[in-house]
Write a protein that binds this ligand. Sequence first.
Ligand code: PLP
Length: 344
Amino acid sequence: MVNHRGSQFANLIKKASEQLKAFFQTQNQVMILSSSGTGGLEAAVVNTLSPGDKVLAVSIGSFGDRFGSIAETCGAEVVPLAYEWGQAADPADVCQALAQDPAIKAVLVTHNETSTGITNPLEEIAKVVREADRLILVDGVSSLGAIPLDTDGWGLDVVVTGSQKGWMVPPGLAFVTVSERGWKANESAKMPRFYFDLARHRDMISNGQTPWTPTVSIFFGLDVALDRMAEEGLERIFARHARLSQMVRDGVKALGLELYAADERFASATVTAVKCPEEIKVAALRSLLEKEYDVILAGGQGKLSDKIFRIGHLGLVEEDDISHALTALEGALTQLGYTVPAQR
Ligand code: PLP
């Protein structure tokens, strides 16, 4: 390790936070917290709201539910706007909910719902939130750095992501940015905060420090990853994720499988959820893939645990990885008694 109050660390964190601005597409400061993504989401809530504030919690899956729970736990009055899993949120519903209740101060929304493999139309949702002049707090944990997200252009107030997703580094860091409107709200926000007090983080990062001891080792990986991402460039990163996700969707459909997404237009470019054939147990499929093919797929979460499996394709992935995963999937399914359709 290096001294986290020394110049080497100061250079690392200053460089990373500057580079992150380009990926967040913001001119504002990006804070780096030593926590997983959930800590970043808690920071978004407690730094902009006061106990009793009303928030609209848009949820299309388990991470949307979690964002709402964080707000509720921290004392907000949560108005849920929940959708059937597999669907995306409709900006018209958000518009209507805000028009009906002028007391709603902020909207919580997940950009990419990892549990269901759906990407919300965030730009359109942000537009109606801006028009209604409320705050919009965004969970970009599994989207940022892989799927277009224009923080300043779309007028997002707090955006959060986590190091283990598109950033290709180990878990342990959350990146958070706050708009001018967000900082204004911060001045009167009364929810208790200490470790996640973003104003303290903002004030120290320009000197290359964090208020508390950071997870120093992860910064070394982040430095390499951000250089690599800068070299590839934002547009090419987005295009690669779009291309690979299409390859996954085409591949699973060719195996006769059905996507979980109700409308493929909203299918995620970072994770694909697939309905598991009824005769096959998700756990058996995953275990066979891991043991014999060296491929790790995720299962479903909560009520989807034995209904879907998920293929992650974000960060360090290329065509070869997807081809290998699809071939392995075909092999494992066949071993488990599934018949792949002849017409392909
Ligand atoms: N939000 C989304 C969309 C996620 O995918 C995750 C984790 O997978 C989280 C929040 C929670 O992040 P963490 O597990 O890093 O706390």
